[in-house]
Design a protein around this ligand. Structure first.
Ligand SMILES: *[C@@H]1O[C@H](CO)[C@@H](O)[C@H](O)[C@H]1NC(C)=O
Ligand SMILES: *[C@@H]1O[C@H](CO)[C@@H](O)[C@H](O)[C@H]1NC(C)=O
Ligand SMILES: *[C@@H]1O[C@H](CO)[C@@H](O)[C@H](O)[C@H]1NC(C)=O
Length: 309
């Protein structure tokens, strides 16, 4: 496993080109909808075997049942040469559950992030600016939806709901700016970069086998942010991915960017482990950013270049 950074320093002779400019696949969205802000390839196996392109448009108009003007949305597109054949996937159309206040969807940025679990797997799509209006609070919790492989919504996840709501705890979690599936396919990883005064937090929870324990950066019930070794405004979890064999063979690791940490940005390697009967994500390693304001960790991907697992 290697980490690579590729740079082009040839400034004088720079030119842009398409690798193949005769057979270009182009999909158009509605203007102003930010169509293409996020995208994922998805391979559905059932009910039919088909490859799809999933495209987020976080400024798309609301669906009729959403009681808002602009909500953002998710589109599915087939690999055809037609540019206008993408269809909106109905996500986030249900009313709130009793006792959960009002779902405020205006400007919630649905489609800010979308990811597929792989062939025959699930899909996650998020709206990091979703607000819950409850009592006199307007909480910017953010939330994510899990879709079955056939793109039917199966579950909603809002891990900061029903938690202490102050700014220095979970009132501005902004869950969903990133999300990731673990390689063993059992867990999904979310972050709340706005938790703990924008220090940020990361949570790994089971997708559907609820006999498995969830894990969270340092602790799940005590909410002691001092146990996460970063300063406030670090934005931990702004980008997320997972990998195995990164630090040790067979071991599952979460990689999380904190682009505002320690002025230059840092990337944390988090390891799930049980501490005092609590599932905890322990910081196993930190990569430091290269220089002042470089925003190291703003986006990241774990890849296996030499295919050794
Ligand atoms: C494809 O790229 C070549 C080389 O840049 C250019 O000469 C040609 O006009 C392009 N064709 C199209 C259809 O854009
Ligand atoms: C939708 O737009 C109308 C007209 O600008 C505005 O009055 C209304 O408050 C908006 N709805 C929401 C949920 O913000
Ligand atoms: C912050 O960055 C500086 C300079 O790169 C480094 O020397 C220092 O150890 C870092 N501080 C922490 C708390 O990681």
């Amino acid at each position: 496993m290697n980490l690579w950074l590729l740079c082009s320093l040839n400034l004088q002779h720079a030119s842009a080109f398409n690798l193949d400019n005769t057979t270009v696949l182009r999909k158009n969205g509605e203007s102003g909808s930010l169509f293409g802000y996020s995208l994922a390839m998805h391979h559905q196996l059932k009910p039919t075997d088909q490859q799809l392109l999933l495209i987020g448009a976080p400024h798309a108009k609301a669906l009729p049942s959403q009681k808002a003007n602009i909500t953002g949305g998710l589109y599915r597109c087939e690999f055809t040469m037609q540019s206008d054949d993408c269809e909106r996937i109905p996500v986030d159309t249900e009313d709130e559950k009793p006792g959960q206040g009002i779902d405020h969807r205006e400007n919630q940025w649905m489609g800010v992030h979308v990811k597929s679990q792989g062939p025959g797997g699930k899909v996650v799509v998020c709206a990091h600016r979703y607000q819950q209006w409850i009592y006199n609070n307007q909480l910017v919790l953010g939330r994510c939806f899990i879709l079955k492989e056939n793109l039917i919504v199966e579950d909603t996840r809002t891990f900061c709901r029903n938690r202490p709501k102050s700014k220095d705890l979970f009132g501005y979690c902004q869950q969903g700016i990133s999300a990731a599936f673990t390689k063993d396919k059992e867990y999904i990883v979310f972050s709340g970069p706005g938790a703990y005064d924008w220090k940020g937090t990361v949570r790994m929870e089971p997708i559907e086998n609820f006999l498995l324990d969830p894990y969270e950066a340092r602790d799940q019930n005590v909410f002691n942010e001092r146990r996460i070794p970063l300063g406030i405004s670090s934005y931990l979890g702004f980008a997320l991915d997972t990998g195995t064999h990164l630090l040790k063979k067979e071991e599952q690791v979460i990689v999380a960017g904190a682009p505002r940490s320690n002025l230059s940005g840092e990337v944390l390697f988090l390891k799930p482990e049980a501490v005092e009967d609590q599932g905890s994500l322990h910081v196993a390693h930190i990569l430091q950013g290269p220089g002042l304001a470089s925003s190291f960790g703003y986006s990241l991907a774990v890849i296996d270049l030499n295919a050794d697992g």
